[in-house]
Design a protein around this ligand. Structure first.
Ligand SMILES: [Zn+2]
Length: 89
């Protein structure tokens, strides 16, 4: 059985977008992983079979409200992780 949480991919793509040009925020692998984890724990999962996952390439499947929700949660995730990083600066 091959099931993927499509939300994971959306969150990662959106996070990269939001972190672009943000020099005040640590965007190392560890912090980005923390941000993605936080966001995924606060968003409903969207499971797809991995075959269908290949077919979805972009955010086309998501409506504007979903994307707005993802952005909102990610902004919060960035705030939470950047003010309390798991590593020393
Ligand atoms: Zn970091």
């Amino acid at each position: 059985m091959k099931i993927k949480n499509y939300m994971e991919r959306i969150v990662v793509e959106k996070l990269d977008e939001l972190l672009q040009g943000r020099t005040d925020i640590c965007a190392c692998e560890q912090c980005r992983t923390e941000m993605v984890t936080y966001a995924l724990n606060h968003l409903p999962p969207r499971y797809v079979s991995s075959h269908r996952g290949e077919v979805f390439t972009k955010l086309d499947d998501m409506n504007t409200q979903n994307i707005a929700d993802v952005s909102k949660v990610l902004v919060k995730a960035i705030e939470v992780v950047s003010t309390n990083p798991r590593h020393s600066m």
